[in-house]
Ligand binder design. Structure first.
Ligand SMILES: O=C(O)CCC(=O)C(=O)O
Length: 259
């Protein structure tokens, strides 16, 4: 696989780094080449079609909209996750030692009208240090009409927001919705092949996809410091492939994630 023909490698400029620090997010246009986009769409759709059914309003977000560990099912996603341009970008934003923390498709097909309320990604599965990154690579053009992401620039500066959940809510994996000032929110409209990157404390949400025929498919990849631990899990290290640098945890060093 010739990765240079699939992905556009780049280094963040000083002004992009400053923008990220201040606003907590960044959009990079056309990180996938047309060829990389087509290949990823095709492999991701094949995996999706094997496991998923059409939208059912009585089912959960996980059932309707997520396909986890997509890098186990798509060689192009695996190459992008572990050896693509996001690895060096993550290292510019986090530091020299990086591991993959999560990979999934978040597909909101046309007619999937379930919204996802305001939250921080570090509200689900809190990682420490607090510099983990979410990257959302658009596999379709996305705008307000088909359920694009919304975020509140600068909201990462408020830090970790703790939401009380009772045992039953925790067990059922119910949504962790936080309060947000909607008037500060901006829509993240993207073209297929663009990537949105944000800090783990960024407040974001999305509305349902009410379009007649425009699917909204996104590849969700999270990166963390190679020594990041799971606060909610007795501070055990998050297991994920070491993609750059080193780690103090032998279990992370040894962790392999094969197709
Ligand atoms: O894909 C979406 O619409 C929302 C996804 C999201 O915010 C998340 O998974 O954290």
């Amino acid at each position: 696989m010739n990765l240079e023909t699939l992905f556009n490698y780049k280094r963040l400029t000083d002004s992009e780094l400053d923008f990220f620090k201040e606003n907590g997010y960044l959009v990079i246009r056309a990180i996938l080449s047309p060829n990389g986009l087509a290949q990823m769409q095709s492999e991701a759709m094949e995996a999706w079609a094997k496991e998923k059914e059409s939208f059912d309003p009585n089912k959960s977000w996980l059932q309707n909209s997520l396909l986890v560990n997509i890098h186990h099912k798509s060689p192009t996603v695996k190459a992008y996750y572990f050896n693509g341009p996001l690895v060096d970008i993550a290292s510019q934003l986090i530091g020299p030692n990086i591991k993959g923390a999560t990979s999934q498709l978040t597909f909101k097909m046309s007619g999937n009208t379930k919204p996802f309320g305001w939250h921080q990604d570090n509200g689900y599965g809190e990682l420490e240090p607090y510099n983990a990154l979410t990257t959302l690579t658009a596999l379709d053009d996305t705008d307000k009409g088909n359920g694009c992401l919304w975020l509140i620039p600068g909201s990462h500066k408020d830090g970790q927001i703790r939401v009380e959940q009772n045992e039953e809510q925790k067990k059922s994996g119910s949504e962790i919705i936080v309060e947000a000032d909607e008037s500060l929110a901006i829509p993240m409209e993207m073209k297929a092949g663009d990537v949105l990157i944000f800090n783990c404390w960024m407040l974001h949400k999305s509305d349902g996809n009410y379009s007649a025929d425009r699917d909204r498919r996104i590849l969700f990849l999270r990166y963390a410091d190679a020594d990041a631990i799971e606060v909610y899990n007795n501070s055990k290290p998050r297991l994920g492939k070491l993609v750059k640098g080193k780690t103090k945890f032998p279990e992370v060093e040894a962790f392999e994630s094969d197709l």
